[in-house]
Design a protein around this ligand. Structure first.
Ligand code: SF4
Length: 260
């Protein structure tokens, strides 16, 4: 199965439709040991190496579930469009800072329509502490205009349509698909790329789309979104980027490729 077929299969699966207010029931998203496993479960077309990696991935998924049962998106939002805004602001900025800055943004522009009508310079004035203020403000403005003019202020549920929105790349589109619509998603942020390489789930692949495509082959679709949230937790706490990873404290030390 090539990459396009994999994505077609995943995004034509309508089994996880969102509820009407565009936010899935948060209680369904919490991840505990009792979570059910993959619905796909089919590995017959995988190579021997991919089957081995899939088995490793399942073990890692289960251990990270125990370590981080409640891992979730660290951006605060109560509407789908707000997550879209926050994701754009989070580029090269911490989620904690974004969560502070958006409070001022939404106090002044409380809905899609008001943000779509705002001057880019007024948005920039508020969001510039997140860095890249002008380009982020320009993208947010253009994105909200499209939501307002073409989608009745709603965030589209289709992956390719999401990708067509200003400032929305694959990472952001996957996050929206997973967190807002409860659909299969793999968010290849810096933690995901670093950790999955170290763990041996992929081999020296750094380009986000290639990482995503490799992971689709071995991560059960239903597990992808939560798995990526847990990688963020693990990457911040244990498998750190700036200091040596704390392998002696890691629940994966006996199976991680870095230590084998
Ligand atoms: S064993 Fe070390 S390198 Fe491997 S995931 Fe754990 S902290 Fe990261």
């Amino acid at each position: 199965m090539d990459n396009k077929q994999i994505l077609d299969k995943i995004y034509t699966d309508k089994s996880n439709n969102p509820d009407t207010n565009q936010l899935q029931d948060k209680t369904k998203k919490k991840c505990h040991k009792t979570d059910k496993g993959s619905k796909s479960g089919k590995s017959s077309k995988l190579t021997a190496d991919e089957k081995r990696k899939r088995k490793l991935a399942l073990t890692i998924i289960n251990r990270l579930k125990e370590a981080y049962p409640d891992a979730d998106c660290t951006l605060d939002y109560d509407s789908a469009w707000k997550l879209l805004v926050s994701v754009r602001l989070a580029a090269q900025c911490t989620d904690a800072r974004v969560n502070i800055i958006v409070k001022d943004l939404y106090a002044k522009f409380p809905d899609v329509a008001s943000l779509a009508a705002a001057d880019v310079s007024d948005i920039e004035e508020i969001v510039k502490p997140c860095g890249l203020g002008h380009s982020k403000a320009r993208d947010i403005s253009a994105c909200m205009k499209r939501l307002h003019e073409e989608f009745h202020d709603k965030v589209p549920e289709d992956f390719d349509t999401l990708l067509s929105l200003p400032g929305v790349g694959r990472k952001s589109a996957n996050l929206i698909m997973g967190d807002v619509f409860g659909k299969p998603a793999i968010v290849t942020d810096t933690h995901c790329i670093r950790l999955t390489n170290r763990m041996g789930l992929i081999n020296n692949i750094k380009e986000p789309k290639k990482v995503e495509m490799e992971l689709w082959k071995i991560i059960p679709p239903d597990e992808g979104n939560s798995f990526c949230h847990r990688l963020v937790c693990h990457g911040r706490d244990i498998c750190t980027a700036r200091t040596k990873p704390h392998c002696d404290q890691c629940v994966l030390v006996d199976i991680c490729a870095k230590n084998i």
